[in-house]
Design a protein around this ligand. Structure first.
Ligand SMILES: Nc1nc2c(ncn2[C@@H]2O[C@H](COP(=O)(O)OP(=O)(O)OP(=O)(O)O)[C@@H](O)[C@H]2O)c(=O)[nH]1
Ligand SMILES: [Mg+2]
Ligand SMILES: [Zn+2]
Length: 380
């Protein structure tokens, strides 16, 4: 398994492994066999492949967390009891907090075409979230046995301009799995997507030994039942590690307005062929913008941008309440904050009013650029 692990050099002569699951304060560590050899462990002991480990108190004291995917040094293995203690966490090449996982290099985003029906808005949210990790993305559309070839081709053609070339799969009919395996061979892949799209079914197909629990999509709501509850890593026969994760239906976006522009491949495509007039263009209402236009997800971009600006303003307000809120001293030790009356409340716009405000904005764009901490569609 060492070939699929992140390329940190294990400390010489020490026993290392990868954390494949975490449960309460226990860590399941898959041992790196080459490190076991270099640690000069007697082969006669028939070392087990996995040890159930605790975390050394020293790590607890320095607040060092241990995550699934971590490469760790294991001390004092008890081969018969199959136990050990983690004494060191090797440097991580990446770290995600939701789902909590270290050293992954790819996200396999799984969406069902039907059951539950593919929702382009939800898919875009997941894609943006996935893009924000900086990891490679492989988009996989599952349950393609539920649609005909024409519908599949239509989805393919629709997603191409988004910048994605999805792999269509059906675990029921074994379609697309070989193609997928090729994309999963290298490194560690996080399988992500809404509940009920068939993530665990897919992993079971690829790695029968995983034997993961699978549940039917709820008839009433057409949603998954959140069958998978924790993150766990599995090794593929042809190389590569896969992490099953609990499905979640609405990832929260927490990126800045500036970062958001990097998470839509369409924007990068348009910037390849031309430049916006302003360097810090948010591609919303600025004149001389090459990004604004008739592409399918542009209204979604504007919606997410509006959310990102709103979030940024809230964060600024929290960081500096005096700037936006009026500080009121009400007697001894009692300070309250109230909104300043001359500030207009920021509101989220409908698509139609977004279009209208684009027109209005053109007139005041200079203004906006001079006060770029202000939302573009805030009322003057
Ligand atoms: N039609 C069809 N149904 C599938 C396919 N793959 C999985 N399913 C069904 O989809 C349902 C959900 O599958 P799971 O594998 O539990 O989905 P999951 O994504 O792991 O869900 P969570 O663990 O809740 O996040 C089950 O009823 C599966 O039998 C497929 O290729 N075609
Ligand atoms: Mg599952
Ligand atoms: Zn622009």
């Amino acid at each position: 398994m060492s070939s699929d692990l992140p390329s940190t050099t294990p400390p010489d002569g020490k026993l290392t492994g990868t954390v494949v699951a975490v449960q309460a304060n226990y860590y399941f560590v898959q041992l790196d066999t080459t490190s076991a050899a270099s640690a000069n462990l007697p082969p006669a002991l028939h070392q087990p492949q996995q040890l159930l480990c605790t975390r050394r108190t020293r790590l607890k004291k320095i607040g060092q967390k241990v995550m699934v995917g971590d490469q760790v040094v294991v001390d004092q293995p008890d081969w018969q009891g199959k136990r050990g203690a983690i004494s060191q966490v090797l440097p991580r090449s990446s770290q995600l907090d939701r789902p909590p996982i270290a050293n992954a290099n790819q996200i396999l985003l799984v969406f069902a075409i039907e059951e539950p029906t593919l929702d382009p808005h939800q898919l875009t949210r997941f894609l943006v979230k996935a893009e924000s990790t900086g990891l490679q993305i492989c988009l996989c559309l599952s349950k393609c046995d539920l649609i005909d070839a024409a519908a599949q081709a239509a989805w393919h053609d629709r997603l191409k301009p988004w910048g994605y070339d999805p792999v269509f799969i059906s675990t029921y009919h074994g379609i697309g799995l070989e193609q997928l395996k090729q994309q999963l061979r290298r490194g560690m892949t996080i399988v992500s997507g809404p509940s009920g799209v068939g993530k665990s079914s897919l992993i079971n197909q690829l790695i029968p030994a995983a034997d993961l629990r699978v549940s039917e999509v709820s008839g009433k709501l057409g949603r998954g039942r959140h069958t998978t509850r924790h993150v766990e890593l599995f090794e593929l026969a042809d190389g590569g590690l896969l992490a099953d994760t609990p499905g979640f239906n609405q990832p929260d976006l927490d990126c800045s307005p500036e970062a958001l522009t990097q998470y839509f491949p369409e924007i990068a495509q348009r910037l390849q062929t031309g430049n916006c007039q302003f360097n810090n263009c948010r591609h919303h209402a600025e004149p001389g913008c090459v990004v604004q236009g008739e592409w399918e997800r542009y209204p979604l971009y504007v919606q997410f941008l509006t959310e990102a600006i709103e979030r940024q303003q809230q964060q600024q307000q929290q960081a500096d309440p005096d700037a936006i809120m009026k500080r009121k001293v009400r007697g001894k030790d009692q300070v309250t904050y109230e909104p300043r009356l001359n500030r207009h409340k920021y509101r989220q716009e409908s698509r139609r009013s977004t279009k209208q405000s684009v027109q209005v904005m053109k007139g005041r764009v200079e203004d906006f650029l001079d006060h770029s901490d202000q939302a573009p569609d805030e009322e003057a």
